[in-house]
Design a protein around this ligand. Structure first.
Ligand code: SF4
Ligand code: SF4
Ligand code: SF4
Length: 581
């Protein structure tokens, strides 16, 4: 690796050639303040918060866009630098609706932290005329409050550069510039896929999920309702971050203990219906291999991906697995099989799912998601990891002090295959564990399908299962899914089974997960760190294959008959819409 030597605040450092000053400073253990910068996503030098002095340069330089050179002398903390940053921050504040006391991002706001760090005491130094904007609340999942927007364009970059979608842009010019959609349409009128990657990119409180927690509290406090909550695999890998744990700390037992203190009538594991999804999907795959129809089979548990496919690749909707997502299967089973078993009226049951995903707020109201019929949705409310954490905080529960507890029966048993659903490649690996044992008729010696693990944008592999050669592909992030499907469409890539997750890295990096600052994202590989919790948990479990989950077998024995049966289709499968653009 080619290196250069730079001087940072008077000390010499050898750093890789070609990196930016901001990365060199990080090597020197110095965080340069930023607002618009998001490593590898948005590096545009717009906010002027990362200004530094470079010896010999005519003015201050933006550290996020200036490349180091050999012998460069950089000063990150001179009075001139500090004063310039402070002035730029005060200019940003001049058009910002300051509501720190009640703002959803208070305590996790990068603007608020910078004001404290840089000692801004006069928030209104440059106060003047401000534009007024109506909030965009047109979608099921998101609120855009442009009066808090600081025009950093991180959301635009996340949507365009990371997701390859471009549902939002900077519109209008000069003082009237704001973030919106083409022709100033509401977001719901665009091909936005509800992934929420713009939310987790936003440094302030201008973008946030539609908060359903008040409706959940109302249900809990209604004595006529039977209210249950189920936790998706990936949120146990991340919710600790909302309570001050470093990324990569598993707090599953505390999460369950906290959920049990909120007043739900049942706290259940979604891993069981992840196993059920695998039973149905693996059966569907084997059926399609036999018939030769609608191959490649494409997974369907990511609702952001489903909406992307419906908009951008409607010709592939027949290839989608008809399986509902694990969240929807849980609600469907609870309001049919379990309601009957417990003598409950499905109309009195409220199913809440705690999920890593904003697209699931859209999914719960899709057509074809009502196994109990009569307009009763399978799932009533989908709340993000952040919303669940807010409920726990509101209830005054001291999360860090809780002792571990376990999920309630009968939805308390799930396999390791269900756990790894939360990481890119996890659904594919889970399906392969089951499909391989069914095809081979023997037990696999090794359950790890390493080729589909990891955070690479697109992964491909071929597995020989007896006489059958199964060619698989895995993509996470809709931009990567687009690249993969274009290759399949052109004939460049031949595959039988595809897994797609809308969010880069899968659900562990979903749009409903805890927000982390740009500095943390630059320093920590969040996707890998969070996924490692799931793979570690799986490796320690005795039950690691969906078809060996006795609780799932019981569901088939008592209600569903067998995978792919008529009743299974009625309750656990759905249909899609060819939306187009
Ligand atoms: S976005 Fe940040 S600075 Fe603005 S009101 Fe919210 S917490 Fe305060
Ligand atoms: S939710 Fe996803 S698709 Fe929609 S605007 Fe945000 S990043 Fe773009
Ligand atoms: S909405 Fe948030 S991420 Fe987007 S430009 Fe405004 S402040 Fe930046």
């Amino acid at each position: 690796m080619e290196t250069v030597t730079v001087k940072i605040n008077g000390r010499d450092y050898t750093v890789p050639a070609g990196i930016k000053i901001i990365d060199a400073a990080r090597i020197a253990k110095i965080d340069i303040p930023t607002l618009c910068y998001l490593k590898d996503v948005n590096e545009i030098g717009a906010c002027r918060l990362c200004l530094v002095e470079v010896k010999g340069a005519r003015g201050l330089m933006a550290a996020c866009v200036t490349t180091v050179s050999d012998g460069m002398e950089i000063y990150t903390n001179t009075p001139k630098v500090v004063e310039s940053r402070k002035t730029n921050l005060e200019l940003i504040l001049s058009t910002h609706k300051k509501e720190c006391l009640s703002c959803i991002r208070s305590n996790s706001c990068e603007l608020q932290k910078l004001c404290l760090d840089l000692g801004v005491t006069d928030e209104n130094r440059f106060a003047g005329k401000n534009n007024e904007y109506e909030k965009d609340e047109s979608t099921a999942f998101l609120v855009r409050d442009n009066e808090k927007c600081i025009l950093c364009r991180r959301c635009v970059a996340a949507c365009q550069n990371v997701q390859g979608i471009g549902a939002i842009e900077t519109i209008n010019r000069g003082f009237d510039a704001c973030i919106g959609s083409a022709f100033e349409q509401p977001l719901a009128a665009t091909s936005c896929v509800s992934c929420g990657q713009c939310i987790v990119a936003c440094p302030v409180g201008a973008l946030y999920e539609k908060d359903d927690t008040a409706k959940v509290w109302d249900a809990i406090n209604d004595p006529t309702k039977h209210v249950v909550i189920t936790a998706a695999p990936s949120i146990r890998a991340t919710i600790g971050e909302c309570f001050g744990y470093e990324p990569g700390v598993d707090t599953e037992g505390k999460m369950i203990a906290a959920m049990k203190r909120l007043g739900f009538d049942g706290v259940y594991d979604l891993n069981l219906t992840a196993d059920l999804t695998i039973m149905e999907e693996a059966t569907e795959f084997l059926g399609r291999v036999q018939s030769g129809e609608n191959l490649p089979l494409i997974t369907s548990c990511s609702p952001g991906w489903i909406k992307f496919c419906e908009h951008y690749f409607p010709e592939f909707t027949d290839n989608l697995s008809t399986c509902k997502s694990p969240q929807q299967m849980f609600g469907a089973m609870y309001k049919t099989y379990y309601a009957k078993k417990r003598g409950l009226d499905p109309a009195d049951i409220v199913v809440v799912s705690a999920i890593p995903c904003t697209a699931k707020k859209f999914e719960v109201r899709r057509p074809g998601q009502s196994a109990a019929g009569n307009g009763i949705y399978d799932v009533d409310y989908a709340i993000t990891t952040r919303e669940l954490a807010r409920m726990i905080e509101k209830a005054g529960i001291r999360y860090r002090d809780l002792d571990d507890e376990t999920f309630d029966q009968p939805f308390d048993i799930g396999s390791g295959a269900g756990v790894i659903f939360g990481a890119t490649g996890g659904v594919m690996e889970a399906a392969l564990r089951t499909a391989a044992e069914v095809i081979l008729g023997t037990k696999l010696e090794k359950l790890e399908f390493e080729e589909v693990r990891g955070t690479a944008p697109i992964k491909t592999a071929t597995y020989k299962l007896g006489d059958l050669e199964v060619r698989v592909a895995v993509a996470s992030g809709t931009k990567n899914a687009k690249e993969l499907l274009n290759k399949v469409k052109s004939g460049e890539l031949a595959v039988d089974f595809i897994e797609v997750m809308a969010c880069p890295g899968g659900c562990v990096n979903g749009g409903g997960q805890p927000v982390q600052s740009a500095a943390t994202k630059a320093a920590v590989d969040l996707k890998a760190k969070r996924a490692s919790i799931l793979y570690n948990a799986d490796s320690k479990m005795a039950l690691r294959k969906s078809h060996e989950d006795l609780a799932v077998q019981k569901l088939y024995d008592e209600f569903l008959e067998k995978p792919g049966s008529h009743v299974a289709h009625d309750v656990l499968h759905t249909h899609y819409i060819k939306r187009g653009l």
